[in-house]
Design a protein around this ligand. Structure first.
Ligand code: COA
Length: 144
C-alpha cells in the first residue's frame, strides 16, 4: 500500500477532500468551506493508495518551528481496523521529523483517543467540543 505526499489542488487532493467529507464531515451534517480548504495550501498532505483509489489520508499543519499539528485523519469506512491508520501515522511522523519538528499535536475525537494512545500519544488537558463532538488535545514528542 503506497503512502505518499500529495499536492494541493491536484486530482489526488480532490480525492482527499471527498474522503474527508464522507468520513469526517457528512456524518456530523457539516461540510468544508472554501476558505478552510484554501488554508491547506501550505500543509503537508498525505494519502494512502491502492492503485488510483485513496484508502486513507491525513495532513500536517505547522504550528511553529518545533510543533506540528496532525489533522483530518480518515480511513475509508470499510477498510478501518486493517492497519492503514497506523501506517499513515508512521509516515506522517517520519515527515514531521524530517522537517525538523519536535512534537506532534492533535485535536483527537474522543472516539479515536484509544487509536492514538496505541501509537504513544498522551491526552493533555480537558475534554472540549469541536465540530459539535467531544475532543481531547493529544501530543507526542517525536524521537530522533
Ligand atoms: C481512527 C482511524 C483513523 C483509525 O484508522 P484504522 O486504519 O482504522 O486503524 P488501524 O487499523 O491502523 O489501528 C491501529 C490500532 O489502533 C486500534 N484502533 C483503531 N481505531 C481505534 C479506535 N477508534 N479506538 C481504539 N483503538 C482503535 C486498532 O484496533 C489497532 O490496534 P492493534 O495495533 O492492537 O491491532 C479510523 O478508524 C477512522 O478513520 N475513523 C473515523 C474517522 C476518525 O475518527 N478519524 C480520527 C479523527 S481525530
Amino acid at each position: 500500500m503506497p503512502i505518499k505526499q500529495i499536492d494541493f489542488g491536484t486530482k489526488e487532493y480532490h480525492q482527499m477532500t471527498k474522503l474527508r467529507n464522507e468520513i469526517l464531515r457528512k456524518p456530523l451534517h457539516l461540510h468544508f468551506a472554501k476558505e478552510e480548504l484554501e488554508r491547506e495550501k501550505n500543509d503537508i498532505l498525505i494519502g494512502a493508495f491502492e492503485e488510483d483509489k485513496m484508502l486513507g489520508c491525513c495532513l500536517l499543519t505547522r504550528i511553529d518551528k518545533s510543533n506540528v499539528r496532525l489533522r483530518q485523519m480518515a480511513v475509508q469506512n470499510n477498510l478501518q481496523g486493517r492497519g492503514i491508520g497506523a501506517s499513515l501515522m508512521n509516515f506522517a511522523e517520519n515527515i514531521a521529523r524530517d522537517s525538523g519538528y519536535k512534537k506532534m499535536v492533535m485535536h483527537a475525537r474522543k472516539t479515536a483517543v484509544g487509536f492514538y494512545e496505541k501509537l504513544g500519544y498522551n491526552v493533555v488537558g480537558n475534554e472540549f467540543i469541536e465540530v459539535s463532538i467531544p475532543h481531547f488535545v493529544m501530543e507526542k514528542k517525536l524521537k530522533f
